[in-house]
Design a protein around this ligand. Structure first.
Ligand code: C2E
Ligand code: CA
Ligand code: CA
Length: 564
């Protein structure tokens, strides 16, 4: 926000001197007498922030100028500084009478002049008003437009160039709260300013472009339509810049694209569409942009109905715990269970987690659901203990999204305190791919949980790309090997599969990690697993996930022995 200062001085050299002193900080206008100065002031497009005037000038001198100035209400807020050659208290009093704000003396002292000008401008109401107006238009952190101004400018641009096809881009930083918690609020602010700078630079070479910070970590751009390749190239550039900005953290941004067809339509609506499209790529490193389509609109609506349903469903206890027993192969005895959520609704019946968990993971509600299930599970253990039963441990699932919660360790620990249950009964399953998401944070959280006495199971081992790598540098207590990821029996690849399983189990033994094979459906699988030294199995062959009462019958009354 550059202020304008008007220098009124007949002596050309003095005028030049003053201009030189001020022009680094201000836009400077010059007038060689009072009349010219009034003309400039009256021309409202020169919104002047302060005036410096000489006293003795031809045509209209400083006193006459001050007289006209003080009698005009519209100038009342514009501060005037009078420059005098010697201290002449009589004329100073006269100047003050006419409303002069301050004085500067000849010969000029650059520093004093700059301070006095700065001070009077800051004291003027005009300054306050302009600052307020500025805040209405610009984001105070980054200095670029805010949403309303973006909408305004974009509307103007679309009208001005009816022959150009435009698109709206919406992008934000994936898991910005995580970035904030790693680098602090200041670090987060710095990143946002850096992005704003990138947009400024970009607007230098994109011909028609508007841009703004829409909210928090989200930015919008309107620019001429580009094809997939160009968008991809732009994203690659952007990603590369972010990478060099912060080398030790993978900043990932998600971009949504909306091609404008109806230029008369609401710009707010267009922004929303671009935002919806950007949501499609949450967290995907390869597909980091999405173009809005009707289907996206529809699937978002469906997801939204699941979301609005969720809060109600939680209140009405539609989420139910099922337990799937785990068996020890040594004695073929039940040794524990995994907690699996089921959504049972009066209309739709049982909805499988495969349907709603991905939706909840996308919008973050999974954190709430996870906590709900953990709470119910701890309560269930408490209930068994109160009834004098000696329970087997049960394991709950932790969504990879929940691992981004910086308070996860406390929340889990606090639950076991709340229900007063020893951590050994409450085990935690974390899917293998979560480790590769943000290994640093997860490693730390896991170590703390283990120090509290929790057992950690690595879920879906073998499903990721880096299983063996992960094992090398993360400490887990149990491996869950999913047979789903192995070739079906009788298939060509069965032999290879079996050899992989056997080797993984051998490796686990070397690391002193017990293995649970899950998804075990066939007798042959059980026999094979037994023969290669796998300790535990879980799967339809032994038992499907079941309601709590049914599990209690298995676990506490008739301890099942299956070999017989
Ligand atoms: P998961 O953690 O790998 O759970 C094992 C899944 O395999 C369960 O599916 C289970 O019913 C199924 N399964 C067990 N034995 C067999 C078998 O022999 N054959 C076959 N084909 N499948 C078997 P489910 O209950 O549908 O859950 C699917 C996924 O949803 C789970 O995979 C887990 O990732 C997630 N999930 C379930 N409950 C929760 C929960 O409370 N919280 C979180 N965050 N995720 C959950
Ligand atoms: Ca699991
Ligand atoms: Ca699993």
């Amino acid at each position: 926000m550059e202020n304008t200062v008007l220098v009124v001085e007949d002596n050309e050299l003095n005028r030049m001197l003053l201009t030189t002193i001020l022009e680094d900080t201000y836009h400077v206008l010059e007038a060689e007498n009072g009349r010219k100065a009034l003309e400039i002031l009256q021309d409202s497009k020169n919104s002047v922030s302060a005036v410096i005037t000489d006293l003795i000038m031809p045509e209209m001198d400083g006193f006459q100028f001050l007289e006209a100035y003080s009698s005009s209400l519209e100038f009342a807020n514009i501060p005037v500084i009078v420059s005098t050659s010697q201290s002449d208290s009589e004329s100073e009093v006269k100047c003050l009478e006419y409303g002069a704000w301050d004085f500067i003396k000849k010969p000029y002292n650059a520093e004093i002049i700059r301070f006095r000008v700065k001070n009077v401008i800051e004291r003027s109401e005009l300054y306050v008003l302009r600052k307020l107006r500025y805040q209405e238009q610009f984001d105070t952190l980054t200095g670029i437009y805010i949403k309303n101004m973006f909408v305004h400018q974009t509307k103007k641009m679309l009208k001005e160039y009816p022959d150009v096809d435009f698109m709206i881009l919406h992008f934000d930083i994936y898991q910005f709260q995580v970035y904030n918690s790693v680098f602090g609020m200041r670090g987060g602010d710095k990143l946002l300013c850096h992005i704003a700078d990138m947009l400024r630079k970009m607007s230098g070479y994109v011909e028609h472009m508007t841009y703004c910070r829409i909210e928090a970590d989200a930015f919008c751009i309107c620019m001429p339509v580009a094809g997939n390749e160009d968008i991809q190239r732009m994203m690659d550039c952007f990603q590369k810049d972010l990478q060099s900005y912060q080398r030790d953290y993978n900043i990932l941004s998600n971009l949504g694209v909306f091609y404008i067809e109806d230029k008369e339509a609401s710009i707010y609506g267009m922004i929303d569409h671009a935002k919806l499209a950007s949501k499609e790529c949450k967290g995907n490193y390869i597909q980091n942009y999405h173009i809005y389509t009707e289907e996206i609109g529809k699937s978002i609506q469906e997801a939204q109905s699941i979301v609005s349903d969720m809060e109600r469903a939680m209140k009405e206890e539609e989420f139910v715990l099922y337990l799937q027993p785990k068996y020890g192969l040594a004695e073929y005895k039940l040794k524990g269970a995994e907690v699996l959520v089921r959504w049972i609704t009066p209309e739709k019946g049982m909805v499988s987690p495969g349907k709603f968990i991905p939706v909840f993971e996308k919008n973050g509600l999974i954190m709430k659901l996870d906590y709900y299930i953990w709470d119910k599970s701890c309560r269930l253990i408490r209930n068994w203990l109160d009834r004098g039963l000696e329970p087997f441990p049960i394991s709950v699932n932790i969504s990879r999204v929940s691992m981004y919660n910086p308070r996860i360790v406390e929340e889990i620990y606090d639950l076991t305190v709340k229900y007063n249950i020893p951590p050994k009964y409450f085990q935690l399953e974390l899917t293998e791919s979560a480790y590769t998401d943000n290994p640093g944070t997860i490693k730390k959280a896991m170590r703390q949980l283990q120090e509290y006495g929790f057992t950690i199971l690595m879920d879906d081992f073998g499903s990721g790309y880096s299983s063996l790598n992960v094992l090398k540098d993360i400490s887990v207590d149990v491996l869950k090997l999913d047979m789903k990821f192995m070739a079906a029996s009788g298939s060509e690849n069965q032999r290879r599969s079996e050899s992989i399983v056997a080797n993984v189990i051998r490796l686990a033994k070397d690391l002193e990690l017990p293995v649970i094979a899950e998804g075990v459906e066939e007798k042959e699988q059980v026999e094979f697993l037994d023969s290669v030294g796998c300790e535990y199995v879980q799967g339809y062959y032994f038992a499907k996930p079941m309601p709590v009462e049914e599990y209690e019958k298995l676990a506490f009354v008739i301890e099942s022995t299956l070999k017989a």
